[in-house]
Design a protein around this ligand. Structure first.
Ligand code: NAD
Length: 276
């Protein structure tokens, strides 16, 4: 269920399903999404400074804690340092600003959002500093390719715990996933539903019918069975529920293989090697 967690390489447990809030407007919309998710059992929220909604996310968290009789410690909150803030001191400052906007006194996970050439090493050192002070329980990166990770691993005092990358059946990232596994770094998928572009797929439709599930649920289940952490985004409560209702069935080995054949190395987002 939604309490399922994976143990990161430092022993911290991360929920396998969370709510993503990219492109969710700050204010009441994001407050309501966060509250709907937590009410329906979600315990993990993924935001970023650049999403511009950390204040609303924080307000949603605050209200949800009050209304659902849970505590801050039950939740797993992720944010990310934006490209413009990369560098040692600027990353430390960006972290403090995110904490302040979220109204929290610690984060569960803080990520370097993109591997901007020549800038991510200093930010990694800042994340290590933050980790040592206990202000963040786990640190990692997003959109890092193998060669970026190798750069960081060379100098890292603290091993990254998570790499969040675009990952879905059309971009299955097998090579990167293998590298992460070998290095005990948890893979987390952004755009796990390919931002809504998989819902006409005939192969997925057939599997969905066989299980009396939606394509979204089939795809999310494929992630879970591949031990990939997911953060599907929706602002609609019935979809937030639907995306969490994936623990009562299992895809067969054959079905998993069939979905694996859909890979086309096709990105919906930017290429991490050509992005700043
Ligand atoms: P997603 O794959 O989660 O797709 C979201 C879209 O799919 C929604 O807009 C909604 O219209 C649709 N949808 C969701 N559930 C549905 C359902 N059950 N049925 C039908 N349609 C449904 O895409 P995403 O939002 O880009 O990715 C998820 C999260 O990952 C983001 O919200 C964000 O937190 C994170 N993210 C991170 C990065 C990064 O660079 N690190 C980039 C993009 C997104």
């Amino acid at each position: 269920n939604l309490n399922s967690r994976v143990k990161l390489n430092n022993g911290i447990e991360m929920p396998v399903v969370g709510l993503g809030v990219f492109q969710v407007e700050d204010g009441q919309i994001v407050i309501d999404s966060v509250k709907a998710a937590i009410k329906n059992g979600y315990r993990s929220i993924d935001t970023a400074a650049i999403y511009g909604n950390e204040e609303g996310v924080g307000q949603g968290i605050k209200e949800a804690i009050e209304e659902n009789g849970i505590s801050r410690e039950d939740l797993f909150i992720t944010s990310k340092v934006w490209n413009a803030d990369l560098g040692y001191q600027s990353t430390l400052d960006a972290f403090e600003l995110s904490l302040k906007k979220l109204g929290l006194d610690y984060l569960d996970l803080y990520l370097i959002h993109w591997p901007v050439e020549g800038k991510y090493i200093e930010s990694w050192k800042a994340l290590e500093t933050l980790y040592k002070t206990g202000k963040v329980k786990a640190i990692g990166m997003s959109n890092f390719q193998i060669h970026h990770l190798q750069d960081v691993l060379e100098i890292a005092e603290i091993k990254p715990m998570v790499n969040q990358v675009e990952l879905h059946p059309l971009l299955s990232q097998v090579e990167l996933r293998n590298f992460l596994k070998e290095n005990s770094i948890q893979v987390e998928a952004w755009a796990p539903l390919m931002q809504g572009q998989l819902f006409e797929n005939e192969t997925l439709l057939k599997i969905a019918k066989a299980h009396d599930k939606s394509i979204a649920q089939i795809v999310l289940r494929w992630h879970l069975q591949n031990e990939i952490v997911i953060i599907p985004k929706s602002v609609k409560e019935h979809r937030i529920q639907e995306n969490a209702n994936i623990f009562d069935f299992e895809l067969t080995t054959e079905e998993m293989k069939t979905i694996d054949t859909l890979n086309q190395n096709h990105r919906v987002g930017p290429d991490p090697d050509n992005f700043d």
